[in-house]
Design a protein around this ligand. Structure first.
Ligand SMILES: Nc1ncnc2c1ncn2[C@@H]1O[C@H](COP(=O)(O)OP(=O)(O)OP(=O)(O)O)[C@@H](O)[C@H]1O
Ligand SMILES: O=c1ccn([C@@H]2O[C@H](COP(=O)(O)O)[C@@H](O)[C@H]2O)c(=O)[nH]1
Length: 549
């Protein structure tokens, strides 16, 4: 039987996985996909043809929502809505709240969902359809700096509860998807971490490093199950976390068993009630599938399924059979099934290789062309520092015979993006160790760390930095210097295209590192749009003030 879903945030992460799983699951599934990125939407259209209609635009724009509803009705009905679009930004304490940014977040995470509910509920009631909202564990626990996000998700839970309280014919539910491997997580690690507690940020970085993040397909399979098949009346209007018993009992996704082995620490060290790093099992016994098509008996069927599940013990054969039935699914979920075996507990941290009492590291940061290399060069002669330029180390590695990272480094440098930290940290670790072995213990680490993960890994594994020298310089001055340098440097990135990209990376990815150390009182800021010697004197004064002569 034909079904039509409206999905927001369809271009990336969980939304993209929902679209894929839902469309692949049955040829009678139609989708109206809303997202800002037209290209991702077009790719869906190309793949699934007439079964997909797209609306490119901002979900906070009421016209966009209306257009999506109109397009869904062209298919004949609206059977489910998955309100998935959401943002985490702004991340900062309430004391520093920027109200305009909070309002913008609420427009996206909350008011757009109110709008979507208002416009779709009459149609969902006609089809006995389902409204599924993507919430968060942050809706019930507070995380430092996440006030706006948590409050919006709390409001979302309340909205869902209210929809059902106001009209018993409405099917609505709110789901926390767990800690999922999405762009939001990448932003947490690299952008927002500066405004979180170091411990909290470290937890997210460790989750990523230890492969503890859920693949997007796991929550997506749950969301699709809910949207397509519905839930028991006892769950209606509620908020549930992936892996929670209530979902196991009533639905077809069982992550609970694995969750019990994988109860993980939350971002601040507390035990999360919601399990993370789970494996997906999708239970679609053929009888259930048939029943699910009969939407008029939705709730009673689900309760029956629940009983059946209690009777049938969980077995691999059963899961594999179920995967076979899932048309989608057989590819996406099977890969989840095989690739994400629970990992053994990560090894305990060993701590940095060197003590900051024995080895002194000063990070030198600033925009491209701000003069970091020039000043470091002077300090080597005048103060006996070892100058380690991350950029120089990477350029040397790029051309080293036998290097397996050469091509990747070349591409990152040209594009002004950051080489994965494993490569750069390894090069720096070796360089520090080589010099320490020669009795040298004062380092200027130039142009590093450029990304939050690098900062944390370096300090965790090599040595804690003494402080950071930060060179402030107007962009125009840096641009002029780099274009001038480009006449003779031979560098692949001293050209206008690369420079623009490097400026962008500097603002978006590297400035959070400066903010992070600044919050710990470990940044000395210096103006550097003056003659080399003037800047040099400022640098030397700053070092003396910090006890480095
Ligand atoms: N204070 C200054 N006044 C004028 N020119 C300067 C000054 N400092 C550096 N320069 C020149 O600007 C250019 C960029 O300087 P430098 O290479 O030291 O910058 P950087 O911050 O290390 O750049 P990148 O991050 O791209 O490696 C060089 O050609 C250098 O000679
Ligand atoms: O930690 C780092 C430092 C540098 N890169 C890459 O190298 C280029 C050039 O760096 P400079 O400091 O300007 O010499 C930079 O744009 C990055 O692409 C890096 O990836 N990680």
């Amino acid at each position: 039987m034909t079904q039509t879903m409206i999905l927001t945030g369809a271009s990336r992460g969980i939304g993209a996985a929902v679209a894929e799983i839902y469309l692949a699951k049955s040829p009678s599934h139609n989708l109206v996909a809303i997202a800002r990125s037209e290209s991702a939407l077009n790719a869906l259209k190309e793949k699934y043809g007439d079964r997909v209609k797209t609306v490119a635009g901002d979900i906070t724009d009421e016209k966009i929502v209306s257009e999506a509803v109109e397009k869904a009705l062209e298919f004949g009905s609206i059977d489910s809505v998955v309100a998935n679009a959401g943002v985490l930004d702004p991340v900062d304490t309430v004391a520093k709240a920027d109200i305009a940014k909070w309002k913008n977040l609420f427009d996206i995470n909350f008011f757009s969902v109110v709008d979507l509910a208002t416009k779709t509920l009459p149609h969902l009631k006609k089809s006995n359809g389902r409204f599924v909202a993507v919430s968060s564990g942050a809706s019930t626990s507070s995380y430092y700096g996440w006030g706006a996000y948590g409050a919006s998700k709390s409001a979302l839970n309340h909205l869902i509860q209210t929809l059902v309280a106001e009209d018993k014919e409405v099917n609505a539910i709110s789901i926390a998807p767990g800690v999922v491997d999405t762009n939001m997580q990448e932003d947490i690690r690299n952008k927002f971490g500066a405004n979180m507690t170091p411990e909290s940020l470290q937890k997210f970085i460790d989750l990523h490093k230890n492969k503890g993040l859920l693949p997007a397909e796991v929550p997506a399979s749950l969301l699709v199950n809910l949207a397509v098949k519905g839930w028991g009346s006892d769950l209606n209007g509620g908020y549930y976390r992936i892996g929670q018993d209530a979902l196991k009992e009533t639905f077809f996704t069982d992550v609970h068993q694995i969750a019990q082995n994988r109860q993980s620490k939350g971002p601040r060290g507390q035990l999360l009630k919601a399990p993370i790093g789970l494996r997906a099992y999708s239970k679609f016994p053929s009888s259930d599938k048939k029943k699910s098509e009969d939407k008029s008996n939705q709730n009673s069927n689900d309760q029956k399924n629940s009983k059946e599940q209690k009777k049938s013990p969980f077995s691999k054969g059963y899961v594999l059979g179920a995967l076979g039935i899932l048309a989608v699914g057989s590819t996406v979920l099977a890969s989840v099934y095989t690739k994400h075996e629970p990992k053994s507990a990560p090894e305990p941290k060993k701590g940095p290789a060197f003590s900051d009492k024995d080895v002194s590291v000063v990070f030198v940061l600033g925009g491209p062309g701000s003069g970091k290399g020039t000043q470091c060069g002077k300090l080597v002669n005048e103060k006996g520092f070892v100058h380690l330029s991350a950029g120089d180390l990477l350029r040397a590695e790029q051309v080293r015979e036998g290097s397996s990272d050469g091509a990747l480094i070349a591409q990152c440098i040209k594009e002004g993006t950051i080489v994965p930290q494993e490569v750069t940290v390894r090069l720096l670790r070796n360089a520090v160790a080589d010099n320490v072995a020669k009795g040298k213990n004062k380092f200027l680490v130039d142009g590093f760390p450029r990304k939050m993960d690098q900062a944390l890994t370096f300090e965790d594994e090599i040595v804690k930095s003494a402080f950071t020298l930060f060179f402030e310089c107007p962009e125009q001055v840096m641009l002029d210097r780099l274009l001038e340098r480009g006449k003779t440097s031979g560098r692949a990135d001293d050209n206008i295209e690369s420079i623009k990209k490097r400026f962008r990376t500097f603002i978006e990815t590297s400035m959070p590192v400066v903010d992070y150390f600044d919050k710990q009182g470990k940044v000395v800021k210096l103006r550097c749009d003056e003659p080399v010697d003037t800047v040099g004197n400022r640098v030397k004064e700053a070092l003396v003030k910090r006890g480095i002569n």
